[in-house]
Design a protein around this ligand. Sequence first.
Ligand SMILES: *[C@@H]1O[C@H](CO)[C@@H](O)[C@H](O)[C@H]1NC(C)=O
Ligand SMILES: *[C@@H]1O[C@H](CO)[C@@H](O)[C@H](O)[C@H]1NC(C)=O
Length: 426
Amino acid sequence: MLRSSSSLRVLWVRLLWTQVLLDSVRSQEIYAPHSIRVEGDVTLGGLFPVHARGVPGTPCGDIKKENGIHRLEAMMYALDQINGDQDLLPNVTLGARILDTCSRDTHALEQSLTFVQALIQKDTSDVRCTSGEPPVFVKPEKVVGVVGASASSVSIMVANILRLFQIPQISYASTAPELSDDRRYDFFSRVVPPDSFQAQAMVDLVKTLGWTYVSTLASEGSYGEKGVDAFMQLSREAGEICIAQSLKIPHDHKPSDFDKIIRQLLDTRYARAVVLFASDEDIRGILNASKRADQIGHFLWIGSDSWGSKNSPIHQLEDAAVGAITILPKRATISGFDSYFMSRTLENNRRNVWFAEYWEENFNCKLMSSSKKDESSRKCTGQERIGVDSKYEQEGKVQFVIDAVYAMAHALHNMQQDLCPDGSGI
Ligand SMILES: *[C@@H]1O[C@H](CO)[C@@H](O)[C@H](O)[C@H]1NC(C)=O
Ligand SMILES: *[C@@H]1O[C@H](CO)[C@@H](O)[C@H](O)[C@H]1NC(C)=O
């Protein structure tokens, strides 16, 4: 009995996979124009949030200029650099297949089937069309590694499928501590520090300043709660730090909730330092409430990287934020990328299938070929220039995208040296 039920299960799994495969081949026809293909001897996959999450019913929303376009162009820039480098992977051209996650884990999973298609399709001999002919498959390229994704939830979803096919994955932005679990995510690695590191930095800071009595405040959700958990655990290990209160900002809050939190924090008046893992909007709410309570200068805020060096959490609330200490992972601006990106035009950047959409959004104009023809709006001339006719500032994770691509390239280089010490090329 046991035997037959398990073989039934195998059959079931197989049927399911065939279905997934057929669906993905079918959807491939729809998605194919919406991915970037750069030819090469070896192909790297890339996952970027080119679009925001759509409203219910549609997978994708508006284009994301910084987190999407800057970051994916950073990958292409890194590939150009590596392919032009005589010492790194000589005589091997790195190619890419870049997909849009639309900032949604389920959409990213569907898209990522593209990466494993070549591996599933090894045996298609039992697939027949109704006419009796074998089906026609476009041979998908074999992806040797994947750069991405951005959001931790998306990286986690994709890591679960890539590990089944033993495809290594390197993220440039996912900081959730659970991704450090290398038994569950054995083919995942990243070039950004997990959030637990900034909790450690906060503990070090509190100890150095000699503060022994602090409160914590988190936005409800994984980022805030996991961050505060890490801080509490590390502070217990460090000793000599006593937590006065641990408060949470509810998801759907009213302004009065912030007033209540400030009143609660004032109950333990001597815990003036407040460790804050919260969203932009929640930070604003708290600062504003401390102002309303006439407590400017009372609290000593210690903010996480969601606050970092951003202006948005404190805009017009600067007086309530004076003295705050905020944490941000160390990063560099890549000047080579600035000159690369600012010199992109519609003519020289045809490989980026989302570039026309970016162009329209960035210069607030419409292209002739655009499907959304609207006579009332301004037409693009095509002569606009990034950084001249629009504001440009390098997105903060560009350096990490480039790091991730180089990590893949060095790994492939070392592998090639190990396997074929006397040869070059593939
Ligand atoms: C602060 O809160 C008040 C009352 O809710 C609101 O009217 C005001 O716009 C807020 N100020 C800022 C800068 O957000
Ligand atoms: C690259 O290939 C060319 C031609 O096959 C060969 O002459 C050259 O030595 C190779 N370069 C390296 C660095 O191996």
